[in-house]
Ligand binder design. Structure first.
Ligand SMILES: NC(=O)c1ccc[n+]([C@@H]2O[C@H](COP(=O)([O-])OP(=O)(O)OC[C@H]3O[C@@H](n4cnc5c(N)ncnc54)[C@H](OP(=O)(O)O)[C@@H]3O)[C@@H](O)[C@H]2O)c1
Length: 289
């Protein structure tokens, strides 16, 4: 085994704060092993001051690539030499690669989200989607849906300003989409949800046991729709359990997590991601937790 820092070993990792128990090392290390790559993926939980220091010194850092998660997906951008056009449009980077001497930023989150829709054979074209939440994940979701031709996109948030920022950023790229912002209040939710074909929970509500339901049971439409929760731990959050019991199709955040990782692997290694192996690694962690 060679020492860390040896030029023959490629080092990757994830920056975030706090990071908790991330699944990314398991899925990436399993994928490196499939190709017998001398590479490993580690966890860099760094507070903002430390993160900024490291980014200022990117040129001398012995990394080949890295992921960035909350709260650094936008903060990383000024430190990079180039931004892929899609990540530039989205305004957030979750995957960074050293290309020659330059650091290049990509966004694979929106592709991960769309992979979940594809798995459910749901095409956004001409449909109405409702997104609960307007944080980082909602940005990737909104962009992905607009990119795939959604007709009407309604974003609900407690702080309307965050939803406005999303709409302001994307409307010029996707003027044909009907962009709507609504406050997260019952009187607005009920009528809008009646029209929805797709309902996405992009808030962290449901991550913890004892969390309330993000919307009331009576607000689910009578028609059968697709209900998507970006949460993957627990695997069946209360919100999806209820939607399922009402006969709706449901999908959680596992495929999104897996496929953003698979795409990042392909960017870094220029090899086809061994998705089945990565999925098994993810399953093993989720089953054990
Ligand atoms: N599957 C995946 O690969 C994947 C990837 C990314 C994220 N996620 C999941 O997606 C969720 C959101 O992540 P994020 O990074 O977007 O977080 P974030 O940036 O913190 O955004 C969360 C959003 O939810 C809103 N929110 C929080 N509590 C709410 C409530 N009670 N009612 C209504 N809105 C509420 C927040 O509004 P305020 O700011 O007004 O509080 C904010 O707009 C998390 O559960 C995360 O684990 C999954």
């Amino acid at each position: 085994m060679r020492a860390i820092g040896d030029k023959d070993i490629q080092i990757f990792g994830i920056f975030g704060f706090p990071l908790g128990h991330t699944i990314s090392p398991a899925i990436h290390n399993a994928a490196f092993d499939v190709y017998g790559l001398k590479a490993f993926y580690s966890v860099f939980e760094r507070p903002p001051v430390r993160f900024r220091f490291l980014m200022r010194n990117l040129k001398s850092i012995l990394l080949n690539g890295f992921n960035v998660t909350v709260p650094y997906k936008e903060a990383v951008i000024p430190y990079l030499d180039r931004i892929d056009p899609m990540a530039r449009k989205i305004g957030a980077v979750n995957t960074v690669k050293k290309e020659g001497g330059a650091w290049v930023g990509y966004n694979t989150d929106y592709e991960g989200f769309l992979a979940g829709l594809k798995q459910m054979r749901f095409s956004p074209k001409g449909k109405t989607a409702v997104i609960l939440g307007a944080g980082g994940a909602a940005r990737a979701v909104s962009f992905g849906l607009a990119h795939q031709g959604i007709r009407r996109l309604v974003i609900f948030d407690v702080i309307e300003k965050k939803a406005q920022d999303i709409v302001r950023a994307y409307r010029r790229f996707y003027p044909a989409v009907e962009w709507v912002i609504r406050p997260m209040k019952d009187e607005y939710l009920e009528p809008v949800l009646k029209e929805a074909d797709l309902l996405v929970n992009a808030t962290p509500v449901g991550l913890h046991a004892g969390d309330p339901l993000i919307i009331k049971k009576s607000f689910f439409p009578k028609r059968k729709i697709l209900v998507y929760d970006l949460i993957y731990r627990p695997r069946l959050p209360r919100f999806l359990k209820l939607a399922k019991s009402l006969g709706h199709s449901v999908v959680n955040g596992e495929t999104m997590l897996l496929m953003q990782g698979a795409r990042a692997f392909e960017i870094w290694t220029e090899k086809k991601a061994p998705v089945q192996v990565m999925r098994k690694a993810m399953d093993d962690v989720l089953r054990a937790s």
